[in-house]
Write a protein that binds this ligand. Structure first.
Ligand code: EAX
Length: 323
């Protein structure tokens, strides 16, 4: 090494030691969400950006509106560290980490209170830890919300009404299996799906009310049934090695900002649900607010015995969540 290069290297090391986190100061964090501004993921991402930028020199650049591809593709980019962070629906995680199928278990949570108790307790922590196997640092849970069924074929009251319906599901092992079990004809696809619904490639989809409103799915879907069949969390993650390479104080700060953002966003989602429902009714959707959920539950009562929940680690996670 030339003498000036050595000096420069020493100088840089000196700077890092002197300045603590100075090597990272002003660093830009790339954060991916699949949805567009105003969406549940974005509310969390934007709050996180606001909090972190106010409390540090980090800059957060949010990539949204599928500019990085599907949620599966964003997860792959986080694994490669070309994107450092993401606010991603739990569904597509379950291809990478089978334990995540547990959080998407049908009819797992009765209401938001139960959700918070479990996710903010030891079971939630255990799940965040399990993400490390796929090199993700699990920071917090924000939410998409309870998922409901829309379709264009007929009003859905009992599980028999979904028989044979061509439904788009997330790129998720659990979701595909769930809709097969319910008797529908599921096709996994990334988000968004408006064109596919419009062109009739698929007849149905399932998502929380904000999605149906924000993405104008009421224009291409006639019937809505409040099935609430799966609670859809977002898992707010970072690339594990990138995160672990940050100074400890920055790790704590990032974690804290994301947790605050997630709690803020969950409340936002819940505060707006009733409003989304009335807007969807006003837009002309035919809504069944009380479908016969017992028939749906009965059809999936054996799901925990299926292969998708096989394996001791997944079973242990299931116990933690079902307790
Ligand atoms: O928020 O792909 C999906 O159905 C997800 O719910 C997506 O994140 C929309």
């Amino acid at each position: 090494m030339k003498i000036w290069a050595k000096r420069l290297a020493l100088f840089c090391v000196g700077l890092m030691l002197l300045g603590g986190s100075s090597a990272w100061a002003g660093a830009t964090i790339k954060l991916g969400v699949v949805t567009k501004p105003g969406s549940a993921q974005n509310v969390c991402a934007e709050k996180f950006k606001e909090l972190l930028e106010a409390r540090s020199d980090y800059q957060v650049k949010i990539y949204h509106s599928a500019s990085l591809g599907t949620e599966t593709q964003i997860l792959q980019q986080i694994q490669m560290n070309t994107v450092q962070m993401g606010v991603i629906t739990a569904g597509p995680f379950d291809v990478f980490i089978p334990e995540v199928r547990v959080i998407n278990y049908p009819f797992l949570f009765a209401d938001a209170r139960e959700v918070d108790q479990v996710l903010d307790g030891p079971a939630g922590q255990k799940l965040l830890k399990a993400l490390e196997k796929a090199r993700f640092k699990g920071l917090a849970f924000s939410e998409n919300g309870f998922r409901h069924l829309t379709n264009n074929v007929r009003p859905v009251h009992t599980v028999d009404d979904v028989k044979g319906i061509k439904i788009r599901v997330m790129e998720s092992v659990l979701h595909k299996e769930l809709w097969r079990l319910l008797g529908a004809n599921p096709t996994p696809m990334g988000w968004p799906i408006y064109t596919e619904l419009q062109q009739g490639t698929i007849d149905a989809q399932e998502n929380p009310l904000w999605v149906i409103w924000t993405y104008k799915l009421y224009e291409v879907q006639k019937y809505l049934s409040l099935t609430g069949h799966v609670y859809s969390a977002h898992i707010d993650v970072a690339n594990l090695d990138w995160f672990n390479g940050l100074p400890a104080a920055d790790q704590e700060l990032i974690q804290r900002c994301m947790q605050e953002a997630a709690l803020y966003q969950r409340q936002w989602n819940r505060d707006n649900e009733a409003d989304f429902l009335s807007k969807l009714k006003a837009a002309g959707m035919q809504v069944n607010e009380h479908p016969d959920l017992a028939t749906f539950r009965a059809r999936v009562s054996d799901i925990r015995n299926l292969d998708i929940y096989a394996g001791s680690e997944v079973q242990a996670m299931l116990e933690a969540f079902l307790d």
